[in-house]
Design a protein around this ligand. Structure first.
Ligand SMILES: *[C@@H]1O[C@H](CO)[C@@H](O)[C@H](O)[C@H]1NC(C)=O
Ligand SMILES: *[C@@H]1O[C@H](CO)[C@@H](O)[C@H](O)[C@H]1NC(C)=O
Ligand SMILES: *[C@@H]1O[C@H](CO)[C@@H](O)[C@H](O)[C@H]1NC(C)=O
Length: 402
């Protein structure tokens, strides 16, 4: 359920209203279609787009819709005339194999394979809808308890950013006390995680116009962060996957994300002995965490494909992100000059349920670790299958040659 700000207080009610409306439109469209069908001579029968039918059904716009209908009829007639003269306009002959899968019967020029999250007006000229086309997207996965922190965070992002909130507590209308919230994109699904939302609502074809995509947690302190400055540094240093450095003593899991004073960015670190088998590999390089990750468009297209539908906590993805960029130890990095604080508020962790004598918190924690193992196993198996298939195909080629 993606929709612009101003959400109804009861999303479910709104959905069922929507379904009612669609159903009513379809039924009345079908009745109208039947009458059109019997009143127009069969040789001129045509399929009216449903939008025209819906428009005709609108009792307030009689004259305008009559004009629309006339237009549709006359272009259909002239189309028919041309059809009889030349096969080139027989639309049933269209088959364009280079179109996106499933859309081969459409003439290529009508295809719109990618979308965006831009809000549009209901009136005026479409090409004048957008005063600014935001080039960057920032998403926060939020609960209402963190609204003041998110309000402060959002102020660090300019008008060049689309703001998108994923609500894991289902509370959305309360956010409208903030002016920016009315222009934000709100998606509400209870007790779901950041990566669950990202997989479902940030398909690379939907977020295609954005140069950079920020997929961020709600418990970040951004007092020393400016998003436009951050973008400048990421571009300057060619970072495809990045995060702002963390400046704090407590709660640091990895050396890599720790802020280095006097630097703009860094791409490598030293860890505790034994943690890094290779200085170019995680967690010593080619590594950022998943609390405040920033992806370039291309890196996100790859990372999206790696996110598993059932592994919702994203544990282990940070170690695998390097597979999406080459060379990873140069294109993955931490921005020191724009840094943040990770407050470590447990938020979603407390949204589990008590089960088998375990606290809710413990149940979520166990699942996180388990998912990490599962993800590692899947990756190892996928690699093994790939290399086996490669070996088999070269073996077959070898036989062919011999
Ligand atoms: C029909 O053909 C005429 C003459 O070839 C052309 O001017 C007109 O645009 C065509 N109409 C359609 C709907 O293709
Ligand atoms: C938004 O982007 C434009 C174009 O890159 C830039 O000129 C402008 O300064 C940006 N706005 C802010 C507030 O940085
Ligand atoms: C490769 O060949 C082996 C031995 O013939 C076979 O067991 C295996 O299934 C094949 N793997 C793939 C991915 O085709």
């Amino acid at each position: 359920m993606v929709k612009p700000g101003n959400m109804a207080s009861s999303p479910l009610l709104k959905i069922s209203n929507e379904i009612m409306r669609i159903t009513v439109t379809i039924i009345s469209g079908a009745i109208l279609g039947f009458f059109l069908g019997i009143s127009i001579p069969t040789s001129h029968r045509l399929h009216l787009p449903s939008s025209i039918i819906a428009n005709i059904m609108d009792k307030n716009s009689g004259l305008a819709t009559q004009a629309l209908l006339n237009h549709a009829l006359s272009s259909a007639h002239s189309g028919n005339r041309n059809n009889s003269r030349s096969l080139h306009t027989d639309t049933s002959k269209i088959y364009a194999p280079t179109n996106p899968r499933g859309a081969e019967r459409l003439p290529p020029n009508i295809i719109v394979a990618e979308s965006d999250l831009y809000r549009r007006r209901l009136w005026g000229k479409p090409d004048e809808d957008l005063q600014i086309q935001p080039k960057y997207l920032v998403t926060f996965t939020v609960g209402h308890d963190q609204k003041n922190n998110i309000d402060a965070a959002v102020k660090r992002f300019s008008e060049n950013f689309t703001i998108m909130l994923f609500h894991y507590d289902g509370r959305t209308s309360e956010w409208d006390e903030f002016e920016w919230s009315k222009k934000a994109i709100h998606v509400a699904v209870r007790k779901q995680t950041k990566w669950w939302f990202a997989k479902r609502f940030l398909h690379p074809d939907i977020v295609a116009p954005y140069d950079y995509i920020f997929i961020w947690d709600e418990d970040l302190g951004l007092d020393h962060f400016d998003a436009e400055e951050y973008i400048k540094l990421v571009k300057k240093h060619g970072l495809e996957i990045s995060q702002p450095a963390l400046d704090q003593r407590k709660g640091l899991s990895w050396q890599m994300t720790k802020r280095r004073r006097g630097r703009e960015v860094h791409q490598e670190t030293e860890e505790k002995p034994g943690r890094c088998s290779d200085p170019h590999l995680p967690p010593c390089a080619a590594f950022v965490e998943i609390m405040a990750t920033v992806f370039s468009r291309d890196a996100w297209r790859c990372a999206w494909h790696m996110i598993q539908n059932d592994l919702v906590h994203g544990w282990g993805i940070d170690f695998a992100l390097r597979r999406c960029v080459e060379p990873a130890h140069e294109k993955i990095g931490v921005v020191d000059a724009q840094w943040i604080i990770h407050r470590g508020i447990p938020s979603l962790r407390n949204q589990g349920i008590a089960e088998n004598g375990k606290s809710p918190w413990r149940g979520v924690q166990d699942r996180c670790k388990n998912e990490w193992r599962m993800f590692q196993d899947r990756m190892a198996n996928a690699e093994k299958a790939y290399f086996e298939a490669m070996r088999n195909s070269t073996a077959v080629k070898g036989v062919d040659k011999g």
